[in-house]
Design a protein around this ligand. Sequence first.
Ligand code: TXE
Length: 491
Amino acid sequence: MTAIDAGALPRFATLDPVTGEEIDTFPVDDERSVREKVDRARRASAAWDRLGHAGRRQLLLAWRRVMARRLPEIIALMERENGKVKADALIEMTAALTHLDWAARHSGKVLRRRRVPSGLLMANQYATVEYRPFGVIGVIGPWNYPVHTPLGSLAYALAAGNAVVFKPSEYTPAIGAWLADTFAEAVPGHDVLVLATGDGGTGAALCTACVDKIAFTGSARTGARVLAACAPSLTPVLLELGGKDALVVAADADVDAAVESALWGACSNAGQSCAGIERVYVAAPVYERFLGRCAERARELRAGTDFGPVTMPGQLDVIRRHIDDALARGGRAVVGGPESVRPPYVLGPVVLADVPEDSAAVREETFGPVLVVNRVADAEEGVERANASAYGLGGAVFARRGGLRLAERMRTGMVSVNDVLSFPAVPSLPFGGRGASGFGRIHGPDGLREFTVPKAVTRKLFDVPLTVSSYARGAKDMQRLQRLVTFINSR
Ligand code: TXE
């Protein structure tokens, strides 16, 4: 982020990661301006809530239509500000619009008030549960999927009836501004998507600006900071952090299909996907075949055509360190190597084999087009090694038989069988991880509920001839209650 002092708030520039050219400048929102924006969102939130699910559905679908109409514009901006190749930008927009559509259409069904059984002892109560919006949600977004990832919070939070203050990554503020701009065009008069721009300081200010919940996507390290910043005010947080996803290839797998998926899972979006494939564990009987085919196909892929540059310059140092460390510890570079790292690109996929499990390339998030391929005795051992990670976001299994059983044993929030990265595109599925990958869920019914407070209401329908919760009760009432409890619980 380049600081430029101008006007009341300092401004920062957003740059094209390939040419280094300035794209635009944005204000660095400070504590005061963030607080003002939260107040603004709060003032708008009541009317948004009153619209109800049907009213919001119309407006959110209108937003979806505006974004669809302006698709070429955002794809060009994603290519420019984020460095994505066109295909990656289009895939991201496809998934993002699918989620917005799903959230708009399903919030009523999932969240509206419904009657629940009140039980034998409380049969005189009409019991209902309803999922009410929190009020104002602070969304702190990343740069790697600058539309799809924040929209996983924005669309679901808005559909649930909240207002949102959105702080996009300092690497993609123009894309964040485009989201706010299209919303304002589609939904005039409802100031419920308020943009705050800046770096980590602005994000930190949002955590302490009296929002009702923070939805954060980013690194595990910053996630821990967000959690600590929210602790004193007991502000709840949703944390979507990184991953070190593994693909397990069983001896009976379709090896060619597994190779294609492994390479796409590792290289799409230049490997900058929280749920990208970074490790592959291949059963010994098909290991050499997998590695040979993987090397052949990897040599055909090119940066600039098949995937874009690395968006954040500092990431190239991480990628190079992981490659160097893997080789120093006895791993083999089968395709590419340290020389593949040429700013702003990793020139082609780097395939490393037989990398010790204690290497940085196996343990830490690489976030680049680098694939570690290791041999295991069988798929069971592959799952064990996959699970020996601090992260627990997603993963994949390739097997002709028993794939679901292996998927069940993966210690992650999501798994694809005979495919990769299919779960984020299914809007009714929850997205999120465990361990160092964070907690809470976006997407699907769980993602809608994440932005709500369950509200339990009981309404007394009639008096019963047994007085318990009143001091008008007598000894007889207690005797009858005891008989009743014994009868009910002895069945
Ligand atoms: O993340 P940060 P960065 C991983 C990936 C990447 C690394 C660093 O490995 O290389 O994290 O990326 C805001 N309080 N992922 O530096 O710092 C910040 O302004 C509140 C995986 O981009 O976590 C930005 O908007 N907010 C991940 C957002 O947090 C703060 C996606 C993310 O920044 C803050 C991104 C603070 N103290 C990175 N400091 C995924 N899950 O896909 C910074 N921010």
